[in-house]
Design a protein. Structure first.
Length: 137
C-alpha cells in the first residue's frame, strides 16, 4: 500500500480517539479539519483499505453504520443499546468453548467477532426502567 498523507491522518485520528469506534462520518468530519478538500468517499475507501489489510478493524453492526477500531488485538465489543457507545471487552474476559461450537456445528472455526449489547453505566444511571428503549422493567 502506497503512503498517503490523508490515509495517515485517518489512522492518526483513529489512534487518538477518546471516543472509540467512530463511524466513517465521524472520521470524515474530523479529518476534514486538517484536509478541507478530502471527500467522504476518500475516507470510506481509506478506512476499508486499512481494514482489509489489517491495520485497523471494521466493527460491523447489524442496525447501524460500520465502526472502525484501531485496536486489532483479539477482543470483543459491547454496545450500549441506548446511546450507541461501543467499548472493548478483552477476549480473556469471555470464555468461549470453540471445540464444543465446532462439534455442534460441524464448522472449523478460524476467526470470529462477538458483539454484546446492553446499557452502559451512564445510561443505566440516568434511565429509569420505564424510560428504557426496550421497556423492560
Amino acid at each position: 500500500m502506497n503512503y498517503s498523507r490523508q490515509r495517515e491522518a485517518i489512522l492518526d485520528f483513529l489512534r487518538s480517539m477518546k471516543v472509540k469506534h467512530p463511524s466513517a462520518d465521524v472520521v470524515y468530519v474530523n479529518v476534514k479539519k486538517r484536509f478541507p478538500n478530502i471527500s467522504l468517499g476518500t475516507v470510506y475507501r481509506n478506512l476499508n483499505l486499512l481494514a482489509d489489510n489489517g491495520t485497523i478493524a471494521k466493527v460491523k453492526l447489524p442496525s447501524d453504520a460500520d465502526r472502525f477500531d484501531h485496536n486489532t488485538e483479539p477482543h470483543f465489543h459491547i454496545i450500549c443499546e441506548n446511546c450507541g457507545q461501543i467499548e472493548d471487552v478483552g477476549s480473556a474476559l469471555v470464555n468461549i468453548d470453540v471445540v464444543s461450537i465446532e462439534k455442534l456445528s460441524g464448522f472449523s472455526v478460524n476467526a470470529g467477532r462477538i458483539v454484546l449489547k446492553g446499557l452502559c453505566p451512564a445510561c443505566r444511571k440516568k434511565l429509569s426502567p420505564i424510560k428504557r428503549k426496550d421497556n423492560k422493567k
